[in-house]
Design a protein around this ligand. Structure first.
Ligand SMILES: Cc1ncc(COP(=O)(O)O)c(C=O)c1O
Length: 434
């Protein structure tokens, strides 16, 4: 007899969680069999205000009484208000907004506009990046999802990632000096057919293993793009609206990209995304016949949720909260590292924390089996966390709780992780090498 969870649902990512959820609130998820699970993934890294924030619920409820959906050339008040609020949030010249639904779509729209504006088609992504799983955008995903679906888009090129713990060009150890970026651009030149259009990047590579580029990385990337007339797309799906302790990740290096794609965190759990660019790019592309009319472009319901999210982020000072709580989280994770040889590296920015598990610190061999066992043990003890998978390894925990998380909840998560690591290693010592 098959698992009832799998009877009618197509399995889109392996299996399903071993419980069914009845409700969710704040950082907690409750199951139909009465368990409470502390959610350190904010759903799919979307619920930055916590699950079911009452302001989002109220905003959505209001649209249900007024207007949910419209023909996409008809605009509504929530859409006009959100477009204005977003445009004012970004530095000039980023003042044109299109309201979409998913992160893949927001990135695809940025790349469609970049291609149309430059008349070129080659797009570079960083190794271990993740930008979505639709056919076009997944061509510049370099963490997972390529095998089995046939050819990628022509012109998808690769830059090495600034992964200081495992330097891809065997140059740095522990602190990246951006040589990978210079080398990467030299390689781009050699791969290019003369049509270099854009670079797309996450401010912190999340699915790739919480890889935090060094200070100045994006400044240099901006220069390298400008020298070649390439446009820069920042994918802020996970990082936009506070998670890194700044409103946007690109602020860290003081640069302004040509496009910003925001998604997950904009709707706070409601499917909403946006691509933001300059009036000059918009004007040029509209003149060339730009077309992206989808069923739910500019829909009122998700726009109302987005407005509520932006209001709450500001009113509850969630950007500052993320910075403060993020420092606390990293401090607690470093304490844990001191106690466990198998925690090879702790890294992160704001409330996007990562722990890389190794068999031992000398060999740094990725401890994938240990990671899987500890994830299961944590869940058993009431903590939901992700192991992120990039290329052949899956040994890095991602800790991305809601920005509203309390210090007591961080303490509880660290306590559960500590106990789970200890219990798994006591039970299965062969998973580590000490
Ligand atoms: C950085 C980043 N970009 C894009 C996406 C794709 O977003 P969506 O799943 O909404 O298409 C994701 C999803 O995990 C992501 O993490």
């Amino acid at each position: 007899m098959s698992d009832p969870r799998e009877r009618f649902l197509l399995r889109y990512a392996g299996g399903f969680a071993p419980f069914v959820v009845s409700r969710a609130e704040g950082a907690w998820v409750e199951t139909t069999d009465g368990r409470r699970v502390l959610d350190f993934t904010s759903g799919q890294i979307c619920s930055t205000l916590g699950h079911n924030h009452p302001r989002i619920a109220a905003a959505v409820r209001e649209t249900l009484d007024q207007v949910v959906h419209l023909n996409s050339w008809m605009l509504s008040e929530p859409v006009l208000a959100l477009a204005e609020r977003l445009a004012l949030l970004f530095p000039p010249p980023l003042d044109k907004v299109i309201l979409l639904n998913t992160g893949s779509e927001a990135n695809e729209v940025a790349l469609k506009l970049a291609k149309m504006h430059t008349g070129r088609f080659e797009v570079a992504g960083l190794a271990r990046s993740f930008h979505g799983l639709l056919a076009g955008i997944s061509s510049v995903n370099f963490s997972m999802g390529h095998a089995g679906y046939g050819p990628l888009l022509p012109g998808a090129l690769l830059l090495p990632a600034p992964y200081a713990y495992r330097c891809p060009i065997r140059h740095c150890d522990g602190a990246c000096d951006c040589t990978c970026l210079e080398t990467g651009f030299a390689l781009l030149e050699q791969q290019s057919v003369g049509s270099l259009c854009a670079v797309i990047a996450e401010p912190v590579l999340s699915a790739g293993g919480i890889i935090v580029p060094p200070d100045g990385y994006f400044r240099r990337l901006r220069e390298l793009c400008d020298e070649r007339g390439m446009l820069l797309v920042l994918d802020e799906a996970q990082t936009g609206f506070g998670r890194l302790g700044t409103m946007f990740g690109f602020e860290h290096d003081g640069i302004v990209p040509d496009f910003v794609a925001v998604s997950k965190t904009l709707g706070g759990g409601v499917p909403l995304a946006a691509t933001i660019t300059s009036a000059a790019v918009e004007e040029d592309c509209v003149g060339k016949g730009f077309l992206h009319v989808t069923s739910h472009v500019s829909d009122p319901l998700p726009a109302a949720a987005g407005l509520a999210v932006l209001e709450v982020v500001e009113e509850e000072r969630l950007v500052d909260r993320a910075r403060e709580r993020g420092e606390y989280l990293l401090e607690r994770l470093r304490e844990l590292q001191a106690a466990h040889e198998q925690i090879g590296d702790v890294r992160g920015r704001g409330l996007l924390g990562g722990i890389e598990l190794v068999e031992d610190r000398e060999s740094r061999r990725p401890a994938d089996a240990l990671g899987a066992a500890v994830t299961a043990e944590c869940l058993e003890r009431g903590l939901s966390m992700n192991i992120v998978r990039a290329g052949t390894s899956a040994n890095c925990f991602r800790m991305a709780p809601p920005l509203t998380i309390g210090e007591d909840e961080i303490d509880l998560a660290v306590e559960i992780l500590d106990a789970s690591l200890g219990a798994v290693l006591a039970d299965r010592p062969e998973l580590a090498k000490v």
